[in-house]
Structure formats: structure tokens, C-alpha cells
Ligand binder design. Structure first.
Ligand SMILES: Nc1ncnc2c1ncn2[C@@H]1O[C@H](COP(=O)(O)OP(=O)(O)OP(=O)(O)O)[C@@H](O)[C@H]1O
Length: 358
């Protein structure tokens, strides 16, 4: 399909579906035009117009175009109207609404041998989907949320395996489940509850480990002060079922836990200390606000609706985002300077790994 055919196709889709929104104005009455760019398309209104150019119109066009372009392009959802200035002297058409896109749709990676796959990766790239990867040098903290059975443990095992060659790991596993089995097979330090010990004991031990990591951050800061170019080994603190940790422990211990988490989240970026947090849901009871603000890879798997995305994606209206069916699917947002602002459909890789972990 050529650009001009695509142009015409989008114009027709909008002419037919926008009707009521546009008070009957169409591109045939010269009320608007569409222009294809490499990174997306422009909707160019001719002003003054008999319709209002607002967030509602933007989202409406998004809805129509998103379905019309699927699966050739994935439109990248914006939280509000995305205006761009156009290079012309004609005031009537000096602005456009921009609809950025990605070519194709999100595709799941299928990995026949996860361990081999992880060791064959070079550098700090973590592949997530066929056309999406993250650079671990550019992100600090990762969160995975999802209802029971959505594929969180499966996703976590994937991350643990691909992170192992890139980063030192400390695994905290309040359920003494999959992550502990993974850690045992892979000879990685794990903190889990023990028989005959109280919940507060477990959280105290965990606070101890966080406090050591904070000391490490302080040492690394001193090194950076002398040599800002110093290269550190990544350290990732992995916490499964974060929500369950602060439940049922005394207030002082919970407060220390929150305070340590906040400090690590805030100071870890420059010193290569990361957090990977997994929880059925995240809210202000499970993590401190400052930790939420430092999360820069956000994943919600399983049920996607306005309630489940509220905390990780507070500005997101999920309307018009095509979420694939199946296990380990949902939404992802990566906030770094490499990826444009975008919330994308996510499919966690499907893989084969050693027996006895999952
Ligand atoms: N990306 C995926 N590809 C293929 N199968 C998957 C994927 N994610 C999950 N599954 C399947 O779904 C099952 C349930 O996933 P998992 O145990 O990870 O869910 P969970 O969210 O951790 O649930 P719970 O919170 O109850 O432990 C897995 O055993 C696996 O077979």
C-alpha cells in the first residue's frame, strides 16, 4: 500500500465514522485533511471550524484510526491531544493533531531454551517482544502487576533468567515459591520466610538486606564523587508479592521497610541499584509514593480495565488499545529517553526452561 492509498483510507475511515463529532463536516467539505509521516499521521483541521478540537476529538480519532490500522500499525496511546505546529504561513492549517504509531503489532517471543537464550544475549539489552527490548543501563526500577493466574511468576522467572548475566541479584520471596526454586537452581541469594519464625522476623531480615544495599549505594556515591565515569556492576533487588510484605507486621518495621525502599528507589539510579517489584496490585499501601515515581518500566498483565491500571497508569484511558488474548498479556510502558511516550500491548515471552522451577 502506498502512502497516498493509506492517506485516502484513513481519510475515508474518518469521514465515515466521525460524522456526529464533526457536525457533519468532512474532508470533502475541506474541513480537515490527513498526512502520512514515517512516525505516525497528522490530522490537519482547517480552522475556523464548526467542531471543537479537544481531547475528546483526539481520542475519537484515535479509536477510529486504531481499529482501521490494526494490524499494520499500532497507534501509541496519548493521555491528551498531541498538537504539533506545521511549517506553513497559512494560519488556517498551521497545526495538526499527531497520532504516533509503531509499524506492525506487538509480537510474542517464543524461546526454545531460556538459559541458552539468556547467555547468548550481549550487553545490557533485555528482549521483551519481537520488536521491543529495554536497555538495562537506561532503566532503574521495574514493576509487574497482575491478578492471580495472569502469568506474574512466569514473567518473573523470565526476568530473573535474562537479568542474571547482566546483574547481581537479591531475591525476596514472601511466598517461598517459584522465585526461591529459581534461586536455588541458579545459586542466587534468596530471603524467604522460615518455619517457626514470625512475619516480623522475615521483614526484619529483608530490611537488613535493604539496608546493606543502601550502604552499597552510599559507597558507590563516594566512588562517583571521585570519578563520575566509574562503571558499576548492576545490582537488582527482586521482591515478589510486595503487597503481602507490609501486611501484618508491626508499624515500626513497616515504616523502616517503606523508608528503605524509598531511599533505594531514589538513589539507586546513578549507582546501578535497581528494583524489580511484583505484586497482584500496587497501591499506596504496598509501596511508597516515591517508589511509584521512580518506576520506569511498568507492566500490567491479566485483567486490564480502568480499575486495574489506575495506580501504574493513572492517566491512561484504555479505550482503543487492542490487548491481545492469552496468558501473560497486558500493557507495558517504558519511560526512558530511548522510547517515545507510549503504552503498548504486551506479550510476555513464552519459553522452555529447566524442569522443577515453574
Ligand atoms: N507468557 C506466557 N506464555 C505461555 N504461558 C504462560 C505465560 N504466562 C503464563 N503462562 C501460563 O499460565 C500459568 C499461570 O501463570 P503464573 O503461575 O505465572 O501466574 P501468577 O500470576 O503468578 O499466578 P499466582 O499469583 O496465582 O501465582 C503458567 O503456569 C503458565 O503455564
Amino acid at each position: 500500500m502506498t502512502d497516498s492509498q493509506l492517506n485516502l483510507y484513513i481519510l475515508q475511515s474518518l469521514n465515515m465514522a466521525l460524522g456526529s463529532q464533526m457536525q457533519g463536516e468532512t474532508s470533502y467539505t475541506n474541513s480537515f485533511d490527513v498526512k502520512i509521516k514515517t512516525e505516525g499521521f497528522y490530522f490537519i483541521p482547517r480552522l475556523p471550524a464548526g467542531y471543537v478540537i479537544d481531547d475528546e476529538l483526539y481520542q475519537k480519532i484515535f479509536l477510529i484510526a486504531s481499529a482501521s490500522l490494526y494490524p499494520r500499525y499500532t497507534l501509541l496511546k496519548q493521555t491528551s491531544a498531541y498538537f504539533v505546529p506545521l511549517n506553513t504561513d497559512d494560519i488556517h492549517v498551521q497545526r495538526a493533531l499527531f497520532f504516533p504509531w509503531k509499524i506492525g503489532i506487538s509480537k510474542r517471543l517464543i524461546i526454545s531454551n531460556l538459559e541458552q537464550f539468556a547467555s547468548s544475549q550481549s550487553g545490557t539489552r533485555i528482549p521483551l517482544m519481537e520488536n521491543l527490548s529495554i536497555d538495562y543501563d537506561k532503566v532503574t526500577s521495574i514493576a509487574i502487576a497482575g491478578n492471580s493466574g495472569s502469568g506474574k511468576s512466569y514473567a518473573l522467572t523470565y526476568f530473573l533468567t535474562v537479568l542474571k548475566p547482566i546483574s547481581d541479584l537479591i531475591v525476596i520471596d514472601p511466598k517461598f515459591d517459584t522465585p526461591s526454586r529459581w534461586a536455588k537452581v541458579n545459586d542466587v541469594k534468596v530471603i524467604h520466610p522460615e518455619m517457626n519464625r514470625s512475619k516480623s522476623d522475615f521483614v526484619s531480615e529483608l530490611n537488613e538486606a535493604l539496608s546493606k544495599s543502601l550502604n552499597l549505594i552510599n559507597q558507590r556515591q563516594a566512588i562517583l564523587y571521585e570519578n563520575p565515569e566509574h562503571h558499576f556492576t548492576h545490582l537488582t533487588i527482586v521482591i515478589d508479592e510486595v503487597l503481602s510484605i507490609s501486611e501484618g507486621v508491626n508499624k515500626a518495621i513497616k515504616e523502616s521497610f517503606f523508608s528503605l525502599l524509598s531511599q533505594i528507589a531514589l538513589l539507586g539510579r546513578a549507582t546501578k541499584v535497581h528494583m524489580l517489584l511484583v505484586s497482584q496490585r500496587f497501591d499506596y499501601h504496598s509501596i511508597p509514593v516515591s517508589v511509584r515515581e521512580q518506576l520506569n518500566v511498568l507492566m500490567q498483565i491479566g485483567n486490564i480495565n480502568s480499575k486495574t491500571v489506575q495506580f501504574l497508569f493513572p492517566d491512561l484511558n484504555t479505550e482503543g488499545i487492542v490487548i491481545p488474548n492469552g496468558k501473560g498479556t497486558g500493557l507495558i510502558q517504558i519511560i526512558d529517553n530511548e522510547h517515545p511516550y507510549q503504552v503498548l500491548p504486551l506479550l510476555i515471552p513464552t519459553y522452555y526452561t529447566r524442569k522443577g522451577i515453574l
